[in-house]
Design a protein around this ligand. Structure first.
Ligand SMILES: [Mg+2]
Length: 235
């Protein structure tokens, strides 16, 4: 079993840019899990005269076939594929959209520290709008970037090349937080220095720390006072 030792304090004075994932990082992933795993199979089953379990199996098969591609998050793709108004259905359960614990405190901290902060999401622009209409975090970001605009999934090296070109960040002075290990690996491959894994993306799932990255269950762990990192650097 992995025993967690606590995380070393971050050298905040070195960090100029902060890139943050949305679903599972800032927002409770339960909304997305519920929508794709329960609500949509239910509606799809009713529409097609399938038992819920059959509908679920059918949809899971389709989900897997486009995993880690831009199609997975493209709501228009799913509307066409399933013959359903996915955006309308997402709005029907939007009461489940919530901000993860301490995410606002963290965004306020970054704002006070005058960091450049960007939302970097795999979500489709229309899904982003549904979420921001429910929990408006837009004011905390210099820009909100959807992977579809760059034409690549966040798991791909080319995504990070395009993102750096667009934002002009220095990888060595950039922090990126995400709940997806494959995405964190791609960011690491690009040389992003400060990588944070979110170990509790959903309010309905237990915390699952990972060993490969600095792993926190919530953002308050990044704000915990540690030894003075300025003096630590002089050593
Ligand atoms: Mg995520």
């Amino acid at each position: 079993m992995y025993i967690r030792q606590g995380i070393p304090p971050l050298a905040w004075q070195q960090i100029t840019t902060v890139l943050l994932d949305m679903d599972g990082t800032l927002l409770d992933k339960y909304y997305d899990d519920y929508f794709w795993e329960q609500y949509l199979p239910q509606v799809y089953g009713e529409q097609n005269g399938l038992e819920e379990q059959e509908a679920q199996q059918e949809l899971y098969r389709r989900y897997r076939s486009v995993e880690q591609t831009l199609m997975w998050t493209d709501l228009n793709y799913w509307s066409a594929e399933l013959g359903l108004d996915i955006i309308g259905l997402k709005k029907k359960v939007d009461h489940l959209i919530h901000v993860n614990p301490h995410a606002i405190d963290f965004l306020q901290f970054l704002q006070n520290q005058k960091k450049e902060v960007y939302l970097v999401t795999a979500a489709h622009r229309s899904a982003l709008e549904i979420k921001m209409n429910r929990v408006d975090l837009r004011g905390y970001f210099q820009q909100l970037i959807c992977a579809e605009e760059l034409g690549r999934a966040k798991e791909e090296a080319a995504f990070w090349e395009s993102l750096e070109k667009r934002l002009g960040f220095e990888p060595d002075r950039t922090l990126f937080a995400d709940d997806n290990i494959n995405v964190l690996r791609a960011a690491r491959g690009h040389g992003i220095r400060y990588l944070i894994h979110i170990a509790k993306p959903s309010s309905r799932q237990p915390t699952r720390y990972c060993e490969e990255f600095t792993s926190v269950s919530a953002f308050d762990e990044l704000l915990a006072p540690g030894p003075d990192s300025t003096s630590a650097q002089k050593n």
